[in-house]
Write a protein that binds this ligand. Structure first.
Ligand SMILES: [Mn+2]
Length: 308
């Protein structure tokens, strides 16, 4: 699709003014004109510890007015996505408070609709459980997907309950994952069963350069169609305290950004960023600033995959 010239020519100047949408992309549900849709899934009933990730999408949107204000795009990417693709902020899944099964249905139906119109989806959680309905829709469209999973937790606990620690066990059980090309990065909690997924533990990560981590991921994923999921608790709580289950000993925001930029070129067909619970940010919205920035990086990865 041609560049969104209208957007580039009418950019908001100030981060503190104007309507709030993700990176200033227009709020719209016109999928015919969109290459990528940003979708909020403000659900946190899967949380096992501190709740509050339902406010993640709103916090990411607000802080992204700064990351997305520049007509030149998000540094260090050297162009603006709008030069190549039309991005819309589709708004949120809603009408499910207190009804997890309704959230699952609404999310799958909405994402099925987005993907059916040849639009890619970047979702903002919400707790990490939302990745299960998101994955189901993407697999219906693309077939089983390699999982590129940034997290302090494996989220593959063998447990029939639906929580934010079990959804990738369910994804494996449902046959959604291309295990041979899947990888988890940053794990630093007990993980009794890997299910055959490759893992870069946080201790290993700390010994590696971000470029080495990126190479390792690229070698594992290869040319497989992939779904990228980024739990903000991948980062050390020094950079992301505003989250449900923080774990000390994680990487910096810069390491995360370098790894993401380092995997450009992978065939990433869908993505999410989850677990921002802004109420636990001590001051300055630091977790949401990190999430908005990393979310921008992920949009670039999706855009570059579309151009492959
Ligand atoms: Mn986690």
């Amino acid at each position: 699709m041609p560049a969104d010239k209208d957007l580039l020519e009418n950019w908001w100047d100030d981060a503190c003014s104007g309507p709030i949408s993700f990176m200033r992309f227009p709020m719209s549900r016109d999928l015919k004109k969109a290459d990528i849709a940003v979708l909020g899934v403000p659900y946190d009933l899967g949380t096992t510890n501190r709740p509050g990730a339902r406010f993640g999408p709103r916090a990411m949107r607000e802080q992204s007015t700064l990351t997305g204000e520049f007509e030149y795009g998000l540094w260090p990417w050297d162009y603006h996505i709008a030069e190549y693709h039309t991005v819309i902020d589709y708004g949120d899944i809603c009408n499910f408070a207190g009804y997890p099964e309704r959230m699952i249905k609404e999310t799958e139906e909405t994402v099925d609709k987005i993907l059916a119109s040849e639009t890619a989806c970047f979702a903002m959680g919400g707790d990490h459980f939302v990745s299960l309905p998101l994955l189901r829709s993407h697999v219906r469209k693309h077939g089983p997907l390699a999982l590129i999973h940034f997290d302090a937790h494996s989220d593959t606990w063998v447990d029939e309950n639906y929580t934010h620690g079990t959804m990738f066990y369910h994804a494996i059980k449902e046959g959604l994952l291309d295990i041979e090309h899947s990888i988890q990065i940053g794990i630093r909690t007990p993980n009794p069963e890997t299910h055959g997924i490759d893992i870069i533990f946080a201790t290993e990560l700390d010994e590696m350069k971000p470029s080495e981590v990126a190479e390792h991921i690229k070698n594992r994923v290869g040319d497989a169609k992939a779904y990228l999921t980024f739990d903000i608790d991948f980062l050390d709580p020094a950079y992301a305290p505003g989250t449900g289950t923080p774990v000390s000993g994680g990487p910096t925001v810069m390491a995360g950004r370098k790894i993401l930029k380092g995997i450009r070129g992978l065939n990433i067909v869908g993505a999410d960023l989850v677990e921002i619970a802004p109420a636990y940010d001590p001051i300055g919205s630091i977790t949401a600033v990190a999430g908005a920035t990393l979310g921008g990086d992920i949009l670039y990865l999706l855009s570059e995959a579309l151009r492959r």
